[in-house]
Design a protein around this ligand. Structure first.
Ligand code: ARG
Length: 258
């Protein structure tokens, strides 16, 4: 056998052993630890994403869901808080990998981001002052003053109402404050968030209306070129729906006892 072939065989054996033994194993362990998804939300949207006083961790349905998805994918989930209208720009700039923030899937956003499969069905409703008797639904908002969160579907719908003065606020709690203070006649916002606010927070002086304007689906958003992450997220979401984990998280935040 000539020397060249012999050294080639020996070389391959050496490399194969290196891959199969400790060295390769270590690399793998390191890789798993390195896998991080940088997630952002606008943590002002209970019960989907919020921070309870005195607590450092973000809480809510979205937060539990993305942590469970991360666990399923074997990725570490790092969550940061960014104002709602800054989320898509942060994603486009590459500062984050994924948005989960009660974000409605719509065509306008689809031009900029990739959405996961829908994970929650929502829609817009109105909150008015408790003593309000003229505004009974969306058609009564003509010529009225309405508070919305900047960059949301609520803001977009409010802008379509004839002669309506729309006041955009950074966070939804400011909208409710403005309503209570008499600065606006109504707040347009996502139904589950309105319901939760009225049940859990200081709902004195305000009431929800039943009229539902839209039917919307929430999706997680990723960069346009990140098909790989989208596939992994969808697979993990499906798994959690199939194995009952999604339902557990759902019941924790929206169950009858809540
Ligand atoms: N669903 C609405 C939208 O996509 C509102 C979402 C607001 N989310 C938040 N975390 N503040 O525009």
């Amino acid at each position: 056998m000539n020397k060249k072939i012999l050294s080639l065989i020996l070389g391959s054996i050496f490399m194969l052993t290196a891959v199969l033994t400790g060295c390769g194993g270590d690399n793998k362990a390191q890789k798993t630890e390195n896998k991080v998804i940088r997630v952002a939300c606008s943590a002002d949207f209970a019960p989907f994403e919020f921070q309870e006083e005195g607590k450092t961790e973000y809480q809510g349905f979205d937060m539990d869901l993305i942590r469970a998805i991360g666990k399923e994918m074997n990725y570490k989930v790092e969550i940061s808080n960014i104002g709602f209208d800054g989320l898509i720009p942060a994603l486009e700039a590459g500062n984050i990998d994924l948005i989960i923030s009660g974000m409605t899937i719509n065509d306008e956003r689809k031009n900029k981001v990739l959405f996961s499969d829908p994970y929650y069905e929502s829609g817009l409703t109105i909150v008015v002052r408790a003593n309000e008797d003229k505004i009974k639904g969306f058609t009564d908002l003509e010529g009225k003053k309405v508070a919305v969160q900047i960059g949301t579907t609520g803001s977009r719908e409010a802008a379509k109402i004839k002669d309506c003065e729309v006041k955009n606020f950074n966070v939804i709690s400011e909208c409710f404050m403005e309503l209570k203070a008499g600065g606006v006649d109504a707040v347009i916002n996502d139904r589950p968030v309105n319901d939760y606010y009225l049940k859990r927070t200081n709902s004195e002086g305000v009431k929800p209306l039943n009229d539902k304007l839209t039917s919307e689906n929430y999706g997680m958003a990723m960069r346009k070129d990140n098909k790989e992450l989208q596939e992994k997220i969808n697979a993990a979401l499906k798994k959690l729906k199939d194995n009952g984990e999604y339902q557990k998280i759902y019941d924790k935040w929206f169950g009858v006892s809540k």
